[in-house]
Design a protein around this ligand. Structure first.
Ligand code: MG
Ligand code: MG
Length: 254
């Protein structure tokens, strides 16, 4: 069952999306060598609560924190910890809010200090693959068109996309139908309709697409130990082009 959102609901979701975007920017200011990922988590929780919202990840199916912080070979669902970030780390931060009855969800991969040219390219390509996916989020296309666009873009650079995890619809619940895979065939999958709100979130590995689950039961690692990146935005499917609710502008153009 896919529920289309009314214009009023879309505006409430935009408020959520922008709060998540601002939270990520606040966290990003503190992604520097020496900070612990648990300190970043506290910054995000305080910021969200100060804005009258709640962290939606905290307690979600038992998840213990406000943020998923996934460093280097951790692709997604990393636990904040006492680990101190180091120069050269690649740090994915995924954040969710619950506000006025709706959910927000967005992710950005930050560079900690100076990172290698190779890692810089992984981040740039992953982010660009997200925007390639967003171009397909228009009425009448299908989820497979999004997946194809993400996958074909990332693979051109020799990277691989994770298949076991995917984007999703969002609304009153953080994960709603449909699933939005980061791979696929054009013309396949669920048909997109004006008013659908979805999160597109490519997870791209520098090496092979094989993964393994950490013994904590949550964190997903690259099998070969190479780095991964993850970017996520929330968009509304529209007739001509998607309306992008969240933004990286607070991070990139402060
Ligand atoms: Mg997310
Ligand atoms: Mg998501």
């Amino acid at each position: 069952m896919i529920r289309l959102k009314s214009p009023e609901e879309v505006e409430l979701m935009r408020e959520n999306a922008l709060l998540v975007s601002r939270t990520l920017a606040e966290v990003g200011k503190h992604v520097i060598p020496g900070v612990t990922t648990l300190e970043l988590d506290r910054i995000a929780e305080t910021f969200i609560r100060d804005h009258g919202a709640q962290p939606s990840f905290l307690g979600y199916e038992g998840f213990p924190n406000t943020l998923c912080i996934s460093v280097n070979d951790v692709i997604v669902h990393g636990f904040p910890s006492e680990y101190r970030l180091r120069e050269g780390d690649v740090v994915s931060v995924d954040c969710g809010t619950y506000y006025k009855g709706y959910c927000g969800d967005s992710a950005y991969t930050f560079a900690c200090g100076e990172i290698s040219e190779e890692d810089r390219r992984l981040l740039e390509v992953t982010k660009a693959s997200l925007y390639e996916g967003i171009k397909q989020a228009v009425d009448g296309k299908r989820t497979g068109d999004i997946g194809y666009a993400v996958q074909s873009y990332a693979e051109k650079f020799g990277y691989s996309v994770v298949r076991e995890l995917e984007g999703h619809g969002i609304g009153r619940k953080m994960h709603e139908a449909p699933g939005v895979p980061n791979y696929g065939k054009r013309g396949n999958g669920v048909k997109l309709k004006d008013g659908m709100v979805i999160c597109i979130e490519p997870m791209v590995n520098a090496g092979s697409r094989q993964i393994y689950l950490d013994r904590n039961g949550w964190s997903v690692h690259t099998y070969d130990g190479k780095k991964a990146a993850h970017f996520e935005l929330t968009v509304v499917v529209r007739k001509e082009q998607a309306d992008i609710l969240s933004t990286f502008d607070y991070i990139e153009k402060p």
